[in-house]
Ligand binder design. Structure first.
Ligand code: ADP
Ligand code: MG
Length: 729
């Protein structure tokens, strides 16, 4: 068994970088090569059809079913010219990945021949046989089947031989069964609410777009080493493994092949991502060994989400070509940094104004302050919900660790913005307004230096930090669908903006001037949402106590945090902005709890198996060798001397006996805890039981195993060690 470990280590050292050909064209030429871009729509569609489609994409016009056939025809023509033979509706079920069902463009014509078949009907709507996707009971309750419907705002693309059509996935009764449907609704809600508020400041704003620039962190592990770790293969993380004594291991050996193999992977990935119009600018910062990051230029949120989903599957594919496995798990290795997915989020208008960026005039800065403060209002009011939108069984291992944001949502604003908000809060009207001749009243918001844009005043511990012209939501996990966080954030901010407008309008109706009404409401809101602002050390224990005092959610248990989706305020908010109704929220929570249970269940099984099949046998084997040695010593030395010389081995023999005994007992307890939990019918309570009784036992088992790893002879240990997983590349 131990042979596998040494064999894969040896092979990993010998691996050479896979050669990646640099395309003959420039990146600007192959960018979007496999995407049905506007340029291609123009080329492949009749002009009237093209115009109607662009109206749907840009202005949210209703899709005219009469153009669907011609659009499908044009798409098919392009796709076939590119070598595609199949098409699929590509959607994002609640399992976090993407799903697709491929159909060929050709069908039997019933007369022994084939006909090409891809109609508007097949483009627009399909009924995937997707009964196995989680739906939280929606489809059983309503006996409704799910169907996928084309999202024309995200362009179709080709992967291998298949034309992929981004779609939403919903029940016939209209309930969302995926991430995209509520995401689109939330984008619509912010657009409406923010456009309305923009009217106070501009008269040429017709549309507000949400921008998302994600940063994807990930680990690479050599494929051979990965295959010798059943826990990595089955759960995505190492369930055991003692920290590597890094510095001792960093000899030339380890570094010899680094740049080549990883760089080849990155180059390959970048080329393929650009061909799919994912605007990446790769960087590889190694916070942890073998950990990397990829960030694109920000895009419209719906497109950015699709691109992230696409990139994650692309990464997995490209990694294998280069003899790696990519780990998207939030915490594959204990004791070193985990992986997140920072969501850089902002709003901008169709007239080109970045609403979260300061402007050049006092009035524009009032607009800036408005959008900052109302964003904070949404985040403050729904801080528990926002946390619920990013938690999972896997992200739980990362949050609250000393490298990731804590499991408390708060916002860091930096010195300048803090001072500005304090100034507005504390000033009276006379301080803020000046009467200026004919123009009447003017607002005197202090000029904000351009410097704020390059805000390097970063607080890495903050889960929701202002970074100059956007907020950076750092709590989402590396494996998650960005949409989950974006749905909650967009909806919460849409509600806050609606509320803001409602209150300002009421004052204006009573005769107050517009600027004065805005400032009054903002001053009120700055006070209200103050508890969410925190610029200190998020890792400290004092912060947990302080946050609780401020009324922020400090809960750590994932299944409990998920409850926030069903808080009275959450349901009211989601329903009022028309993003999700109670039924959908309840169904989604069922899925979340079920996913939680399944994840922990699999981990617990793997933990039990590895303990019994690897850890205990290997440790006992080593123990037998020690026992033999102790017995042998008695033959060679006099009794007293033999005992003295064998003291250390005796200690180890005892330690191994005690630890393996405890492991056996804990594995029994673990199985029993699972059995008890599995008998709980209510999925929410079952998830809580898994959290409260199963998880702690896994930690206890790991503790014993990691200590055994330190004392058992290295040559016998069968699982690749951290130093091998982390430094061989
Ligand atoms: P870091 O936060 O690590 O310094 P970058 O400055 O490179 O990273 O930016 C991270 C991401 O933020 C990128 O995807 C970038 O395109 C995106 N971004 C920059 N400005 C905005 C904005 N106004 N709105 C949304 N995303 C933005
Ligand atoms: Mg960042």
């Amino acid at each position: 068994s131990n042979q596998l470990r040494f064999q894969v280590v040896e092979e990993a050292f010998k691996k050479k970088a896979v050669e990646v050909k640099t395309p003959a064209e420039r990146p600007s030429e192959y960018f979007g090569k496999y995407v049905f871009t506007r340029e291609k729509m123009y080329k492949y569609l009749p002009i009237t059809v093209y115009n109607k489609l662009i109206d749907v994409i840009d202005n949210g016009a209703r899709l005219d079913r009469s153009i669907a056939d011609e659009v499908a025809e044009g798409m098919k023509k392009w796709a076939q010219e590119m070598g595609a033979t199949h098409y699929t509706h590509w959607f994002q079920p609640l399992t976090e990945g993407t799903a697709e069902k491929h159909d060929a463009f050709v069908e039997h014509d019933g007369k022994g021949g084939m006909v090409e078949n891809f109609s508007g009907k097949l483009l627009v709507q399909q009924e995937p046989d997707a009964s196995s996707f989680p739906n939280g009971g929606i489809r059983n309750t309503f006996e409704a089947r799910g169907y996928s419907a084309w999202d024309p705002t995200s362009p179709v693309f080709i992967i291998d031989d298949t034309l992929c059509i981004p779609t939403i996935f919903i029940a016939y009764t209209g309930e969302a069964l995926d991430y995209k449907a509520p995401l689109l609704r939330s984008l619509h809600a912010v657009n409406k609410a923010a456009t309305d508020v923009c009217q106070y400041f501009y008269n040429d704003v017709a549309k507000v777009q949400v921008n998302l620039g994600w940063e994807q962190e990930y680990f690479l592990v050599d494929e051979g080493l990965y295959s010798a770790r059943p826990d990595l293969m089955l759960t995505g993380r190492t369930l055991m493994g003692h920290e590597s004594a890094k510095n001792q291991q960093m000899d030339d050996h380890y570094f010899g092949t680094i740049p080549d193999r990883v760089q080849a992977f990155m180059k390959d990935l970048e080329i393929q991502a650009l061909e799919l119009a994912i605007p990446c600018k790769t960087r590889h910062n190694e916070v942890a060994p073998n950990q990397f990051e990829l960030a694109p230029i920000f895009e419209e949120c719906n497109l950015a989400v699709d691109h992230n989903m696409l990139l994650m599957s692309l990464m997995k594919k490209v990694a294998r070509k280069h003899g790696f496995r990519v780990l998207l798990h939030e915490k594959p290795f204990d004791g070193i940094n985990g992986s997140g997915k920072h969501n850089n989020w902002s709003l901008s208008t169709d007239s080109g104004v970045l609403l979260h960026a300061p402007g050049k005039t006092p009035e524009e800065n009032l607009r800036f302050v408005t959008f900052i403060v109302e964003t904070l209002m949404g985040v403050y009011k729904h801080n528990g919900l926002l946390k619920a939108s990013i938690v999972s069984a896997t992200n739980a291992h990362r949050l609250g660790g000393n490298e990731a944001p804590p499991a408390i949502i708060s916002s860091f604003l930096g010195k300048q913005l803090t001072e500005l908000l304090d100034h507005i809060e504390l000033s009276d009207k006379d301080d803020l307004f000046t009467i200026k001749g004919k123009q009447g009243m003017e607002i005197d918001i202090p000029q904000i230096p351009d410097l704020i844009i390059d805000n390097t005043d970063r607080n890495r511990t903050s889960p929701f930090a202002f970074t100059g012209n956007r907020f950076e939501f750092r709590a989402p996990g590396s494996s998650s669908n960005c949409a989950s966080a974006m749905i909650a954030l967009n909806s919460a901010v849409a509600e806050a903006l609606q509320n803001f407008k409602h209150r300002v309008d009421k004052r204006i109706a009573k005769g107050e001037s517009k600027l004065s009404a805005i400032v009054d409401i903002l001053r009120e809101d700055i006070k209200t949402c103050k508890p969410i602002r925190f610029d200190g050390n998020g890792y400290s224990d004092e912060w947990v106590a302080e946050a609780a005092k401020r009324g922020l959610d400090v809960e750590k248990s994932t299944p409990k945090i998920i409850e926030h989706y069903l808080d009275k305020d959450s349901v009211k908010m989601f329903e009022s902005v028309k993003v999700m109704n109670r039924k959908e929220l309840e169904a989604r929570n069922e899925v979340k709890w079920e996913t939680y249970v399944k994840t922990v269940q699999i981990e617990a099984r793997v933990m039990g198996d590895l303990s019994m099949n690897h850890i205990i046998p290997v440790s006992t084997h080593y123990q037998s060798q020690l026992i033999k040695n102790v017995q042998g010593m008695k033959d060679v030395f006099a009794k007293a001397e033999a005992e003295r010389l064998s003291a250390r081995n005796m200690k180890l023999i005892k330690e191994i006996a005690e630890r393996t005994e405890r492991i056996e007992q804990l594995v029994d307890d673990l199985t029993e805890a699972r059995r008890v939990a599995n008998r709980i019918y209510n999925i929410h309570e079952r998830a809580m039981s898994y959290h409260d009784t199963v998880c702690p036992k896994m930690d206890a088992i790991r503790y014993e195993i990691d200590h055994l790893e330190m004392i058992v002879e290295d040559g016998l240990w069968s699982l690749p060690k951290y130093r091998e997983l982390l430094f061989i590349r």
